[in-house]
Ligand binder design. Structure first.
Ligand code: ADP
Ligand code: MG
Ligand code: ZN
Length: 636
């Protein structure tokens, strides 16, 4: 804010300076009379004397003007004079003729002269003042984010909006600078929006047949999947004006202001049709009107206004209202009925191909070393949104700069995936030798359980470098290709892998640490979902026992069953996790030599790749895996 203020002040000063310089320059060149300060004024009798002495070289007289301009001498010695004729100046002509002075007559063109004079001395400052006022007005509005009261300065009177105006940003379609090309993946969403684009381009074509284009479309999906981006791309593709406003901007302190804003928004849009109105995060204003105690009068009034405006506009001209939300279930039913936001366009998390395409788009903006493999990156980031992926590329570029490199390397990218998943490496955390050992066994435990299962994603990296997120290490598994369904077996395997860390600690050290808390949370989550949502428990079968609270924001689920059942569910969940725990223990028991070997190697190297891990795991070192374990030297 402070910097802005300074900047504004500086450019204002600069502006005033330029104005003054321009003013002086123009007045100097256009009105030379102002320059002629050397013209000497003399009395008429002096003039006559000079004529008599034949000193006068040239006389200039303007018709109808009593002032004479004359010069004496020549070249460098020339002197300019002016005098006022006394009486009618009779006999002057003869006298001058006799003296040999050159006579120059001029037709009066006072009008022209006066005009320029007036323009320069009055008009110019006024114009400068007006421009300055308009300029300040604009700067001020910009600085305030098109928000707040509009300020009028000087010539800016009458410009800018008044109270109750919506602070909506109108952007020319092309100026959003985004087209469908900038949105990777999301082909279904683009296809649905394609129709809207073609309608906005040629509304007549639809009117001819009598087809009604949807008035509104609702983009729904998790945060960061490109909803806002898609809306801008529609405007860019159609090349029509684009009114963007966030739902929260409608919700005001005073009842009625929000509704006034809605009215104003639609009024502006009708003038500019065909155009797009884009209401981002519409749930702020479009929440269900449920008449609960903490209902909000202002919000409801705004919503009512929005509903009636959406009914009211005549769609011959081509106004399309787009809205985005990640909480569609909280929206008022009235908003979703045909004629309003009847089209619902899902914008889901990208799949493998989508992730790679998004990475590619953002990778085009940064300089990369040749031969970068973005596919690996895409495979190691399941569940990442477009915004996450954009962030990964940017983190990699930042890292390259930090290391003084000119181009982003594959290593930068791999490291930035870790940063986004687990946080930055934390240098200040110094683990004791024993702790490091525990973490090594813990992570190796996860990796071995994962590797020993059929169908588990291969391990791609194990590290025991502490991270700022609090993780003391992690094991990364990368799916070879994409899964859309998870079988019961796979879910159970996942639980076992998550239990592998704790199982290794128990097996080797005979103690438990807090390091497994995150694993426990995840394992329990999977088990609970298996029982309550996926119908995967033998006991309850296909009965939905919970209701998902918020699909796109990961709000967890709510139990919808009796208390007795809830107790049984807990027991069932506990049994599932315990099963996984036992599987992990058994797997590690069978492979305890490998566990020792890999854990020691990991402790030495701190980070090992999936390949190194598999090499040690598969090379035959003389022990059969199922051999009874000898006394463990490491046990404490
Ligand atoms: P949302 O509105 O869904 O929360 P945004 O549209 O604001 O998400 O997306 C945030 C950023 O993520 C975008 O500016 C863009 O850089 C990136 N992004 C998201 N999805 C995509 C995509 N499909 N293609 C390219 N970039 C994307
Ligand atoms: Mg958004
Ligand atoms: Zn763990």
């Amino acid at each position: 804010m402070n910097m802005d203020e300074n900047k504004r002040r500086r450019s204002m000063l600069l502006y005033i300076l330029i104005a003054i310089v321009v003013y002086l320059a123009v007045s100097q060149t256009m009105y030379p009379a102002l320059q002629n300060s050397q013209t000497k004024e003399v009395s008429y009798s002096e003039f006559l004397t000079m004529v008599d002495k034949k000193e006068v070289a040239q006389v200039q007289k303007t018709q109808g003007d009593a002032t004479l301009y004359f010069t004496t001498g020549e070249g460098d010695g020339q002197q300019k004079y002016s005098t006022v004729i006394f009486g009618s100046g009779e006999g002057l002509t003869e006298k001058l003729e006799a003296s040999g002075a050159q006579m120059v007559g001029k037709i009066a063109d006072t009008s022209n002269d006066m005009w320029i004079y007036l323009l320069i001395s009055y008009g110019l400052p006024i114009i400068v003042f007006f421009i300055l006022g308009w300029y300040l007005n604009r700067r001020m509005k910009k600085a305030m984010g098109d928000d707040g009261p509009s300020m009028n300065f000087g010539g800016g009177f009458g410009m800018g909006g008044g109270l109750g105006k919506s602070n909506v940003k109108e952007v020319k379609g092309e100026e959003t600078g985004v087209t469908f090309k900038d949105v990777a993946g999301q082909d279904e969403a683009k296809e649905s929006l394609e129709e809207i684009v073609s309608f906005l381009k040629k509304p007549e074509k639809y009117n001819e047949i009598g087809a009604r284009c949807p008035r509104g479309a609702l983009l729904v999906g998790p945060p960061g999947t490109g909803k806002t981006l898609l809306a801008k791309a529609v405007a860019g593709e159609a090349g029509v004006p684009f009114f963007q406003i966030a739902g929260s901007e409608f919700v005001e302190m005073f009842v009625g202001r929000g509704a006034a804003k809605v009215r104003d928004l639609f009024k502006q849009a009708k003038e500019k049709a065909p155009c797009i109105i884009f209401i981002d995060e519409i749930d702020a204003v479009g929440k269900k009107r449920d008449g609960s105690i903490n209902s909000n009068d202002e919000r409801e009034q705004t919503l009512n206004q929005l509903l009636s405006e959406m009914d009211g506009f005549d769609n011959q001209k081509g106004i399309v209202v787009l809205a985005a939300t990640n909480r569609p279930e909280s929206l008022d039913q009235a908003l979703l009925r045909p004629g309003r936001f009847d089209r619902r366009i899902p914008v889901e998390l990208p799949d493998l191909a989508g992730r790679e395409a998004i990475l590619q788009i953002h990778a085009n903006d940064v300089k990369m070393e040749p031969g970068i493999d973005l596919g690996v990156l895409a495979r190691s980031t399941p569940g990442a949104s477009g915004a996450d992926l954009a962030n990964i590329i940017n983190e990699a570029a930042l890292r390259a700069v930090r290391f003084g490199r000119k181009r982003v390397t594959q290593e930068d990218l791999a490291e930035s995936v870790d940063v986004v998943i687990a946080g930055e490496k934390k240098k200040s955390t110094v683990l004791s030798q024993h702790e490091k050992e525990v973490v090594s066994y813990h992570e190796t435990g996860h990796a071995i359980v994962a590797a020993m299962q059929k169908g588990s994603a291969p391990v791609s990296k194990i590290t025991i470098v502490p991270r700022t997120s609090g993780a003391l290490g992690f094991t990364m598994q990368v799916e070879e290709d994409e899964h859309f369904l998870t079988t019961r077996e796979e879910a159970k395997n996942k639980i076992a892998v998550l239990c592998g860390g704790r199982a290794a600690e128990e097996l080797i050290f005979g103690e438990m640490t807090t390091g497994a808390s995150n694993d426990i949370e995840k394992a329990t989550g999977i088990a609970r979902a298996m029982v309550t949502q996926y119908g995967m428990s033998d006991k309850f079968g296909m009965v939905a026992l919970g209701q998902q609270r918020n699909r796109y924001l990961g709000g967890g689920s709510e139990l919808t069953c009796s208390e007795g059942t809830a107790q049984e569910i807990d027991a069932e969940v506990q049994a599932l996790v315990e099963e996984g725990h036992q599987t992990a223990l058994a797997t590690l028991q069978k492979n305890r030599f490998k566990l020792h070997e890999i854990a020691h190697y990991l402790q030495k190297k701190e980070t090992i790749t999936g390949e190194e891990f598999m090499n040690i795991l598969t090379h035959d070192d003389g022990f059969a895996p199922a051999m009874p374990a000898p006394a463990d030297g490491q046990q404490r």
